[in-house]
Design a binder for this molecule. Sequence first.
Ligand code: THU
Length: 130
Amino acid sequence: MNQTMLDLACTAMAAAYAPYSKFQVGAVVKGANGKLYAGCNVENAAYPEGWCAETSAIAAMVADGETHIAEVTVVSPGAALVTPCGGCRQRLREFADDATLVHLCGAEGVRRTVTLGELLPLSFGPEALR
Ligand code: THU
């Protein structure tokens, strides 16, 4: 992960709409095309209708015509390590594979790098339906 990817994720984190949890998250997915797509969490007064930063970043990538994720960065506030929720792990899996690196960051930098396979072992993916 390079500084540009982290900077984009931090900018998205600062723009996150999280008035209820007050927990702003930013994410960037790098497409196979090399482009970076940022997203933030967007909450809703009807709580379950909110969505995560990773989901926003995936949507930006797909809207640009890219459907392969090469690398993922997630940045969150606070000192704790934040990992993608279960739903986002599955959404990432749609466009990435077990070896795809997921960088878990704070604004200061990478706290831990894991693979998507570690986050979602024995996963079900699109190839199962081909
Ligand atoms: N959240 C994310 O956007 N990504 C994560 O990886 C973890 C959690 C959001 C969802 C919700 O808006 C807030 O953080 C608190 O759960």
